[in-house]
Design a binder for this molecule. Structure first.
Ligand SMILES: [Cu+2]
Length: 194
């Protein structure tokens, strides 16, 4: 999209420079053709093509239509992030605070909630930010393809400690992720297992 945008920009600059050359007035017919071609036909074709490309790319990035193998409930509060790792029945099996574990290369669906004010869930290396709004559950899908150090940050001013409302992200391979879930398991009554 950057390439196509740059090409369109370069074309506009060339046309502007040509228009500034003295003594090169277009005939009325050529002027009309330029306006219809460059002002109607070209943008329609170009924007339609970019729309299709962008939609397909965003489907791939967001994993739409794909079954997310993992679901994490994110609860924002002044000023911490709580993460609960749900099983297929939607029951929390593990939990952590201000530290998020992600399975390498697998799609994770986040159910983002807040219990006090509006916060915003953001892992800059992985994707865009999504607001955490009291009384609502917002969905976001992310996949970490590389096990590099990452951090997440609240991206909506939410009070005095807002700037420090951050969390660490650990991307773990399948085995390490399973072990991590066991280490951070919660009992059925919601208390810590250990
Ligand atoms: Cu916040």
């Amino acid at each position: 999209m950057f390439g196509a945008g740059s090409a369109a920009w370069a074309m506009v600059v060339v046309l502007a420079l040509l228009a500034m050359r003295p003594g090169r007035a277009l005939t009325p017919r050529a002027g009309t053709q330029l306006i219809v071609g460059g002002g109607v036909v070209l943008p329609t074709v170009l924007l339609a093509a970019l729309l299709v490309y962008g939609t397909l790319a965003s489907d791939r990035v967001t994993g739409r239509g794909e079954d997310a193998a993992h679901v994490v409930r994110v609860t924002a509060r002044q000023w911490h992030w709580e993460f609960e790792y749900l099983d297929r029945d939607g029951i929390a099996r593990a939990a952590s605070v201000d530290r998020l574990a992600l399975p390498l290369g697998e799609m994770v669906e986040f159910h983002i909630e807040s219990i006090d004010v509006i916060h915003s869930f953001w892992i800059p290396r992985l994707g865009g930010k999504v607001d955490a709004i009291p009384g609502r559950t917002n969905l976001l899908r992310l996949r970490a393809d590389r096990a590099v150090p990452m951090r997440g940050q609240c991206a909506e001013f939410c009070g005095l400690e807002h700037a420090r409302m951050a969390f660490r992200v650990d991307v773990l391979d399948a085995r390490a992720y399973r072990a991590w879930l066991r280490e951070n398991a919660v009992a059925a009554d919601g208390g810590a297992a250990r």
